[in-house]
Design a protein around this ligand. Structure first.
Ligand SMILES: [Zn+2]
Length: 531
């Protein structure tokens, strides 16, 4: 048989510790040969020289926000800043360049640049003047606003905190300039609405960036109705080249009455876009005390407090929601940062009638109680890991560890424990919260250190994964999350030819994080190449 495309002279990852020298032959979009592929050559065959690099299945990002990422790339982007000063300079330059814009809008700052992780309105006022400004934190769980924005939203010393968020305050009760979680909505609801053209451009920008990371499919972790229109429009025009599952946002201020709307939205699938998942956000994040924990938080002096975080959805109601979604064939995609959120999700899955569907998944898994590690396999829940966070970078050492009790601190991101207990691991970046660079994430999964902080001790080294486990997570594991494991996620004859080619083979040593993608291929067609 002759091939349309041959990737040759590489090392093929086939799911084991022992990658196979050689290449991959492709015909009609499917893999027809693996390893020795010389016999598939013909004068009409296109060839790519992998030059000794690792050939993996195309990566599948099991938790990512391509539209908000794409949109933020096009607005006031602070992702390249490394300090508060640099961020302020970028905001100032953006404000100057867009004199006519009513709002200064964007994101990408890091909590670690600011004392207590909370940037002030006062600092922002210096570079924005009287125009309202709203800048999201890199992780999307907080917003930095200026005085003009606070005024426009009528937020003052007398404004109460919403149920699902907190207004950071000065000693006299006036708003300080940082809004946490649901409190962000007080300002963000005043922003001009993005148009359909904005969202379509954002999706194309997001897709292009993800292709450059070797990503050929993903689960969008929060599809809002306006964003859904962009997916459907691009899919209709053949411009959505990735394979996408959409997770529809569960509105926490509504109860079961929203299910009809979810069913209506699910019926609007398009080629390459299937909105079959529902995102249930059960808690917030540790850094602002909104992650729901089984053990109380510590205060700034290290004393135990009464605070155990917030249940965004009550545990009893959650069981009912999950039972109905499961019966209707929806997948549940849980945001579970803290140990109590993890327990509630597992309890809800445990209560489902047999036979259990085995693709509901829990994302983030920062603190998992030891008693719950083995339950993932029992209830058939996939562990959706954001590996980049499992290390001692400043957000961990300065804003997380001091505020966790000892049990929580010792049970963070227990990926190897979950794998040993039989759980299927999937991997997702949560971009634009953190980078979508897959090898950078895998490096942390394997070393439990970040390349910028190698001198620091690893975070609980017994929880490190092997390179093979991490690669399998980003390919076959995430394919299981999207229920496409019979089509993609392994390099095997008969599978779709979705491939990512790297410039080197990380199995032979060296820094995994320095491995770069040279080609991304979907169904035998090159969608990204550095050459
Ligand atoms: Zn997310």
């Amino acid at each position: 048989m002759k091939a349309d495309l041959i990737v040759r002279d590489g090392v093929v990852f086939t799911g084991t510790d022992d990658p196979k020298p050689g290449g991959v032959a492709v015909r009609n979009g499917r893999i027809v040969g693996v390893g020795d592929v010389k016999g598939f050559d013909s004068p009409r065959t296109e060839t790519i020289d992998a030059d000794g690099g690792l050939i993996t299945p195309g990566f599948i990002d099991a938790h990512v926000h391509p539209l908000s990422g794409g949109l933020k790339l096009a607005h006031c982007s602070l992702y390249d800043a490394t300090t508060a000063q640099e961020a302020l300079e970028l905001v100032g330059a953006y404000a100057k360049a867009r004199q006519g814009a009513e709002w200064i809008w964007g994101g990408g700052w890091s909590m670690e640049w600011f004392p207590r992780g909370t940037p002030s309105a006062e600092a922002l006022d210096q570079v924005t003047g009287d125009r309202p400004a709203l800048l999201y934190n890199k992780d999307g769980h907080g917003a930095w606003v200026n005085t003009a924005a606070l005024r426009r939203a009528h937020i003052s010393a007398t404004t109460g905190d919403p149920n699902d968020g907190r207004i950071e305050r000065l000693d006299d009760g006036r708003p300080q300039g940082t809004l946490h979680e649901g409190a962000m909505d007080l300002v963000s609801e005043l922003l001009p609405k993005f148009t359909r053209t904005d969202w379509e451009a954002a999706l194309l920008a997001g897709q292009k960036y993800l292709f450059s990371c070797g990503i050929t499919g993903w689960q969008d972790a929060d599809v809002q109705p306006a964003q859904e229109e962009a997916y459907i429009a691009l899919a209709g025009r053949g411009e959505l080249k990735a394979s996408v599952v959409g997770a529809l946002w569960w509105e926490r201020d509504q109860a079961l009455e929203q299910i009809d709307a979810l069913l209506g939205r699910r019926a609007r699938f398009a080629p390459g876009y299937r909105p079959t998942s529902v995102k249930l956000m059960l808690d917030g994040i540790v850094e602002n005390y909104t992650a729901a924990l089984l053990e109380p938080y510590r205060d700034y002096e290290g004393n135990e407090t009464e605070n155990t975080g917030i249940d965004f959805i009550d545990g009893t109601l959650l069981k009912e929601i999950v039972r109905i979604l499961d019966r209707l064939g929806f997948q549940c995609h849980f945001h579970t940062l803290g140990s109590r959120a993890v327990r509630h999700a597992l309890d809800a899955l445990d209560a489902l009638p047999a036979p259990r569907r085995r693709s509901h998944h829990l994302a983030h898994l920062q603190v998992v109680d030891r008693a719950d590690v083995h339950r993932f396999a029992e209830v058939g829940a996939i562990a959706n890991c954001q590996a980049l966070w499992a290390c001692r970078e400043p957000q961990m050492t300065d804003l997380t560890l001091p505020f966790l009790g000892p049990t929580s601190a010792d049970n963070q991101y227990p990926f190897a424990g979950l794998a040993r207990a039989g759980a299927t691991l999937a991997m997702g970046s949560d971009w634009p919260v953190s980078t979508a660079n897959v090898y950078e994430q895998i490096d942390v999964a394997v070393t439990r250190t970040h390349r910028e902080y190698r001198e620091r001790p690893p975070l609980d080294l017994v929880q490190s994964l092997t390179l093979t486990q991490a690669l399998n997570g980003f390919t076959n594991g995430s394919a299981q999350v999207n229920r496409v494991e019979h089509e993609v996620g392994r390099i095997k004859v008969g599978m779709e030819a979705d491939l990512a080619i790297a410039d080197r083979n990380p199995f032979v040593g060296g820094s995994i994080a320095d491995t770069k993608i040279t080609h991304t291929i979907i169904g035998g067609t090159v969608v990204f190449s550095t050459s």
